[in-house]
Design a protein around this ligand. Structure first.
Ligand SMILES: C[S@@+](CC[C@H](N)C(=O)[O-])C[C@H]1O[C@@H](n2cnc3c(N)ncnc32)[C@H](O)[C@@H]1O
Length: 249
C-alpha cells in the first residue's frame, strides 16, 4: 500500500547506505548473480518492491526492458537518481498499475516477508505475467526467520546446533535491525508461499538455498556447521497458461 508514513519510507536511507552499491555480501555473492542466472533472456521485467533499484539495474544490464515499482517515494526518487536504465513507478505490489499479460518476468527481492497480506501481491504478479512468464522470488529463508531461531553453542555438552523456533505458525516480529530502525518481518512456513503460488497459477520450477554469504560465515567462524543453514531462499515459478483466479481452491 502507498503511504507516506511506512517504516520503509522512514528508513529508506538506512537501506540504501547499508545494502546497496556493493555494501552487502548477500547481494554481491548471492542475489545479484542469481538475478543474472534467472532473468537472462527476459525481454521485459518488472521488479516489485524495487527499493533504490539495484536488482532492476542488474536486470537492465542483462538487456531487458525493466520497470520497478515501490510504494516508498524516497526509494523511487533514489532509484531515478541512480539511473542505469529502468523506469520507475510509485506503487505497491497489491495494485500494479499495468494491464494483464505484459511482462516476461517479475522479480521480487526481500519484500514479501515485510508485507501482510502477501496473497494479493502474488495474485497481481500472476495477472501481469504473460503465460509462460517467470517469477523469481527472493525471501529470507523461513527456517532462519522462525521466531527464536539461532545458533546455540552449548559449552556444557560440547554441542553446537541450530535451534529452530516455532516453524508452522505465522508470526509477526517488529525487529530493531539498527538503532532506531524498526521493521516488520512476517515469518511464514515455506508451504504457505508454495501453496499460494500454486493457487494463483504460478507453478514452482526451482528452489535454490545458497549457504550464507562470506561475511555471515566469518561472524559464525566458531560454528563448525554454519554453512549448513541457509538464510536466503530463491523460488522460480512459471505462470500457467490459464490463470487460476484467487478464490478458487
Ligand atoms: C528490503 S527492501 C528490498 C529492495 C529491493 N527489492 C532490493 O532487493 O534491493 C524492501 C522494499 O520493499 C518495499 N515494499 C514494502 N511494502 C511493499 C509493498 N506492499 N509492495 C511493494 N513493495 C513494498 C519497501 O518500500 C522497500 O523498498
Amino acid at each position: 500500500m502507498v503511504t507516506d508514513d511506512s517504516p520503509w519510507e522512514r528508513h529508506a536511507r538506512w537501506w540504501q547506505e547499508g545494502f546497496t552499491e556493493g555494501a552487502d555480501r548477500e547481494y554481491e555473492e548471492q542475489i545479484l548473480p542469481l538475478v543474472d542466472a534467472q532473468l537472462a533472456g527476459s525481454g521485459t521485467v518488472l521488479e516489485v518492491g524495487c527499493g533504490e533499484g539495484q536488482v532492476a539495474r542488474r536486470a537492465a544490464a542483462l538487456g531487458a526492458e525493466v520497470v520497478g515499482v515501490d510504494p516508498s517515494s524516497a526509494q523511487v526518487t533514489e532509484a531515478y537518481r541512480r539511473g542505469g536504465g529502468p523506469c520507475y513507478v510509485r506503487a505497491g505490489g497489491e495494485r500494479l498499475p499495468f494491464p494483464g499479460d505484459c511482462f516476461d518476468a517479475v522479480v521480487v527481492s526481500l519484500v514479501i516477508e515485510h508485507v501482510e497480506p502477501f496473497e494479493p501481491v502474488l495474485a497481481e504478479i500472476a495477472r501481469v505475467l504473460v503465460p509462460g512468464g517467470r517469477l523469481v522470488l527472493f525471501v529470507g529463508h523461513p527456517i532462519a526467520q522462525a521466531p527464536g531461531s539461532s545458533w546455540v553453542d552449548d559449552a556444557d555438552f560440547g554441542d553446537q546446533y541450530w535451534r529452530l523456533g516455532p516453524y508452522l505458525p505465522d508470526h509477526l516480529a517488529v525487529e530493531e535491525v539498527a538503532p532506531g530502525v524498526e521493521l516488520p518481518f512476517f515469518h511464514r512456513p515455506l508451504g504457505r508461499y508454495v501453496h499460494e503460488l500454486g493457487r494463483v497459477g504460478l507453478l514452482v520450477e526451482d528452489l535454490i538455498e545458497p549457504p550464507p554469504p562470506s561475511d555471515t560465515l566469518a561472524q559464525l567462524a566458531g560454528f563448525r556447521e554454519a554453512a549448513t543453514i541457509p538464510r536466503l531462499l530463491c523460488l522460480r515459478a512459471v505462470r500457467a497458461g490459464a490463470l487460476r483466479r484467487p478464490g478458487g481452491s
